[in-house]
Write a protein that binds this ligand. Structure first.
Ligand code: MN
Ligand code: MN
Length: 481
C-alpha cells in the first residue's frame, strides 16, 4: 500500500476524528465582545441572586420587564411565570404546536451550598455572642472559616409578619465571620486529624457582637445587647429565630478573575450559571414551535427534596395550567402525554479538568474550561447508580441541533469511574418519560465560596439553550400513547 501524503492524512484527520474546540478561538471579534459583555450581566445576576429567594426575585423581575404575566386559571397571553413559595419559579413561552405534543424544558437550580442557622442559634460565651450554624449541601468546612460572610433571609413572626434581613453586601455594611484556630496552636486539634474531621460542624459558630449592655453585673449582657439591637431594627425577639430562614453566604461581589478577565469568580455559580443562561435564552425566544419552559428549582443540593425541589409535583401542576390557558384539555392523560413527549435539558454545571489534580479526572472524558457548554449523558456514581442515562436517539438529536446552530460544545462525564460522583435533577424529571440530559458550563472550585467559570462557557451555554428552544419538533413517536 502506498504511503499517504501529509495532505491526505490531514483530510482523514479532519473528516474522521473529533477535535476539541475552544469557544474563544472559534469566536469572531464581535462574538468576543459579546462574551465579555455577557460576563458583566452575569456578574450582576450573581450579586442579586445570592439565595434561592433572591434568585426568584431577580428572575421574576427580569421576566416581568419583558412582559411575562402570572400564570393562573383563565390567564390569557403567551408569556407566563409561575412562582411557588418564593423559592421555585417557572417561565414559559407558549409555542405554536399543541401542548400535548410536548414541551422544551430547561431545569436549573437556584439553591447553593451555604450555612443555615439552627433553631436556637443565639448564645453568649466569654462575653462574645455567636450564632450556631448548620451547613446546607456538600461543603468543605475549612473553606468557610475566617472569611467575610453576609446574612440574607427572612424572619417570620407568630403574628404573621415577615421581616427581610440583608446585612453584609452593602458597601457600608458590617460582615460576619466564623473563627479559625491560629497555626501556632492547631497542630494537634486540627493538623493531626483526618481532613474530613479537622473542622467540626459544632465549632462553626458565627461571631455576632461583643459590646455589653450597660447593666453592671447582669448575666448575658452582650446577648441582651444583640437582642435589643435586633428588636430595634426588625421588631423581633429570640423566639422569632425559631421561625427564621437566615442564610450565611460569602460577602462581596462576583469579580473578574485573571489578567485577561476571561473568568468570573464568585459564590453560588453552581447552579446560578445555568439559571442565568436559561433565563437569557428564554427571554430571547420568540414564537417558538414547541412551548419553551425554564424551571428554577430549590433544594437540589440536598437531593431535590421538599415542596420546592424537583421531586415535587410542581411540574404536573404547571403543565395542567399551561394546557388550560392554551384552551386545551388539562386532564391527567393530557398532562402525562405532554410530559412524556417533552425534551429537557437538566441545566447544571460540571467539574472542569484541574491540572493540579489530574488523578481524579479521566482526561479523555473530562470537561475543559473554555471549551464550551458540556453535555453529560449520565451522572451518578460507581456502576451508573443514580443516573437517568439519556438514550442515544436523544443525544444524536441534540448534537444535530447544536451543530446546525454553530454552538461550540463538548461532551464529558465527571471524574474517574471509581472516584466519586454526583447527581442532578435529571433523574427526578426522567420519571415522566421525557428525554432528559445534563448540559451546563464546566467549573473550577465547585461548592466553594469562590467558584470559577469561563465567560466563554457561559456564552456557549446561552447559545446552546437558545438553539434547543428554537429547534424544530423532534421526529418519531417518542411519547406515550
Ligand atoms: Mn448543581
Ligand atoms: Mn452542587
Amino acid at each position: 500500500m502506498a504511503k499517504l501524503n501529509k495532505k491526505k492524512v490531514k483530510e482523514l484527520r479532519d473528516s474522521l476524528t473529533l477535535q476539541p474546540k475552544s469557544v474563544w478561538e472559534q469566536a469572531s471579534p464581535a462574538q468576543r465582545r459579546e462574551i465579555m459583555a455577557l460576563g458583566e450581566q452575569y456578574k450582576r445576576f450573581l450579586d442579586q441572586a445570592k439565595t434561592e429567594r433572591l434568585a426568584v426575585e431577580a428572575i421574576k423581575k427580569a421576566a416581568r420587564a419583558k412582559g411575562f404575566r402570572q400564570l393562573k386559571p383563565g390567564a390569557v397571553g403567551k408569556r407566563f411565570y409561575l412562582e411557588f413559595k418564593g423559592k421555585l419559579l417557572a417561565l414559559a413561552v407558549l409555542g405554536r404546536r399543541p401542548l400535548r405534543q410536548g414541551l422544551r424544558l430547561l431545569g436549573s437550580h437556584i439553591d447553593a451550598p451555604r450555612l443555615d442557622l439552627k433553631m436556637h442559634p443565639l448564645y453568649e460565651e466569654q462575653e462574645l455572642v455567636f450564632l450556631k450554624t448548620h451547613y446546607y449541601g456538600g461543603i468543605k468546612k475549612y473553606q468557610w472559616l475566617a472569611r467575610p460572610l453576609a446574612i440574607h433571609g427572612v424572619v417570620c413572626t407568630a403574628e404573621g409578619r415577615t421581616v427581610e434581613v440583608h446585612i453584609g453586601d452593602g458597601t457600608e455594611d458590617p460582615v460576619f465571620s466564623l473563627l479559625d484556630l491560629l497555626p501556632h496552636l492547631s497542630r494537634r486539634s486540627q493538623g493531626e486529624k483526618k481532613f474530613s474531621e479537622a473542622v467540626e460542624g459544632e465549632r462553626m459558630n458565627l461571631l455576632l457582637g461583643t459590646l455589653p449592655l450597660d447593666a453592671g453585673a447582669a448575666k448575658d449582657k452582650v446577648k441582651l445587647a444583640v437582642l435589643q439591637e435586633l428588636n430595634k431594627r426588625y421588631g423581633i425577639a429570640e423566639k422569632d429565630l425559631i421561625s427564621a430562614e437566615l442564610e450565611l453566604v460569602p460577602a462581596g461581589r462576583a469579580r473578574d478573575v485573571g489578567l485577561d478577565r476571561s473568568l468570573v469568580g464568585g459564590y453560588g455559580q453552581d447552579d446560578r450559571a445555568s439559571a442565568f443562561a436559561s433565563l437569557q435564552a428564554l427571554l430571547e425566544v420568540k414564537n417558538p414551535a414547541v412551548t419553551a419552559v425554564a424551571l428554577f428549582f430549590d433544594k437540589e443540593e440536598i437531593g431535590s427534596e421538599g415542596a420546592t425541589g424537583a421531586q415535587s409535583r410542581f411540574l404536573e401542576h404547571l403543565t395542567a395550567l399551561l394546557l388550560q390557558s392554551a384552551g386545551q384539555p388539562a386532564d391527567y392523560l393530557s398532562v402525562s402525554r405532554c410530559l412524556a413527549a417533552s425534551q429537557t435539558l437538566s441545566a447544571d454545571v460540571n467539574a472542569a479538568f484541574d491540572p493540579d489534580y489530574p488523578e481524579v479526572h479521566e482526561k479523555r472524558n473530562a470537561a475543559y474550561l473554555g471549551y464550551g457548554v458540556n453535555l453529560t449523558k449520565y451522572t451518578g456514581h460507581g456502576g451508573k447508580y443514580g443516573a437517568s442515562d439519556a438514550d442515544a436517539e436523544y443525544v444524536a438529536w441534540l448534537r444535530g441541533v447544536w451543530d446546525r446552530a454553530g454552538v461550540v460544545w463538548q461532551a464529558a462525564g465527571m471524574g474517574k469511574v471509581d472516584e466519586g460522583g454526583g447527581g442532578t435533577i435529571a433523574k427526578h424529571l426522567a420519571i415522566y418519560g421525557m428525554d432528559i440530559i445534563d448540559v451546563g458550563p464546566p467549573m473550577f472550585s465547585m461548592h466553594s465560596p469562590f467558584e470559577i467559570c469561563h465567560k466563554a462557557d457561559i456564552y456557549s451555554s446561552v447559545q446552546a439553550y437558545l438553539a434547543f428552544y428554537q429547534a424544530p419538533p423532534m421526529k418519531g413517536g417518542r411519547g406515550l400513547a
